[in-house]
Design a protein around this ligand. Structure first.
Ligand SMILES: [Fe+2]
Length: 360
């Protein structure tokens, strides 16, 4: 039997988890020892997508809704999300997001925060795949460019996926367009539709009366690391609200302890690297780029076999999730090859390689 520590957390608004207790456990007792209906299904989110600009719901709770989509080609409408914020996580490909405050180019590994009330549409290349997070409670804090320690580009190739090049070749509509207004508690099928002119919805809005300032923020989460994660505390915070938190991880080797959360659930998107998730529900689950996991309330979990290329995004929510998708919905069986091009390295890049060489 192998000794391992476990840390148990509660929820602290704006800060995410707060410590409650440390325990001394045996690792074998925390791996695959639980059964129950709350065991989440194994999903490959991007293989659930059936057509461009048709999002597929993954998770929902009273504060957060998570979906995935392909943004190949122009979106057929402008979205105006009235009473919730939108976070676009670009996983693969490139995408232009035209919105009332700006026009943003999103590359793989970048995140766009669009505050509530701001109309937007996306126009992506054939490979553009995203995770979309809608937040009822407003984002109150997000990382700034000044906190980035490195500059990284990602090249992500999908192997075995559908060909969306025909959709991507279409030109975005100019002139008359439709805007749909989405309200959190309204069935999207009942969304109000408004006749607009495309040019009147792009770059026309500012947070200031007299000068041009945009509240739409592009973030580079994987350039935010100051250290190797998984050795003591949590990863760097990308953004947070009263009931949610986004963090990123670059762990090498094995996480120092198991985590058990009493007042929050977490889910993660494996961005790069192959590793093994462990939890009371799973003795070991191999995670590859594009894979996704959910840790239900109260379930102890950890990760091992992380190489220097480990890049993972984790979102925490104060409320338990309903899982909206199931394995029978997979439409494809694809995998992703990810290459990282570090244009400006940070000290942790070489430290990660040294740790791995030393057998961390
Ligand atoms: Fe955790």
């Amino acid at each position: 039997m192998t000794d391992i520590r476990e840390f148990m957390t509660s929820w602290a608004p704006g800060d995410g988890s707060s410590m409650i207790a440390w325990s001394n456990r045996k690792k074998e007792s925390l791996r695959g020892t639980a059964t129950g209906k709350r065991k989440p299904p194994d999903l490959r989110p991007f293989d659930l997508i059936k057509a461009p600009h048709q999002s597929v719901g993954l998770l929902a709770n009273p504060d957060m809704r998570v979906s995935v989509d392909s943004a190949a080609g122009p979106a057929p409408i402008f979205h105006r999300n009235i009473d919730f914020d939108t976070v676009i996580v670009q996983f693969a490909g490139n995408c232009r997001v035209e919105n009332e405050m700006s026009v943003e180019q999103l590359a793989a590994g970048e995140v766009l925060l669009i505050p509530r009330g701001i109309a937007h549409r996306s126009i992506g290349d054939a490979n553009a795949l995203r995770m979309i997070v809608h937040l009822k409670s407003p984002v109150t804090q997000h990382m700034g460019e000044e906190l980035c320690t490195s500059r990284t580009q990602f090249d992500i190739r999908r192997v075995g996926g559908p060909d969306y090049s025909a959709a991507a070749a279409a030109k975005p509509q100019t002139g008359a367009v439709i805007e749909k207004m989405f309200v959190w508690d309204e069935d999207p099928a009942d969304a109000v539709q408004v006749r607009r002119v495309a040019e009147e919805l792009i770059g026309v809005t500012s947070t200031e009366r007299e000068k041009k300032l945009s509240a739409v923020k592009k973030l580079r989460p994987f350039d935010l690391f100051t250290d190797i994660t998984g050795r003591k505390g949590p990863g760097p915070k990308v953004m947070s609200s009263a009931f949610s938190l986004m963090e990123v991880y670059n762990t090498v080797g094995e996480q120092f302890a198991f985590h058990r959360a009493l007042d929050s659930e977490e889910f993660g998107l494996q961005f790069m690297g192959v590793n093994t998730n462990m939890s009371e529900f799973e003795e070991g689950r191999v995670m590859s780029p594009g894979d996704w996991f959910l840790i239900p309330l109260g379930i102890a979990h950890s990760v091992k076999d992380c190489k220097p290329d480990f890049r993972r995004m984790v979102l925490y929510s104060r409320f338990p999730f309903e899982v909206l998708a199931k394995p029978s919905m997979h439409a494809h069986e694809s995998r992703f090859e990810v290459r990282e091009n570090v244009l400006e390295p940070a000290p942790w890049h070489s430290e990660a390689r040294e740790l791995a060489a030393a057998g961390a």
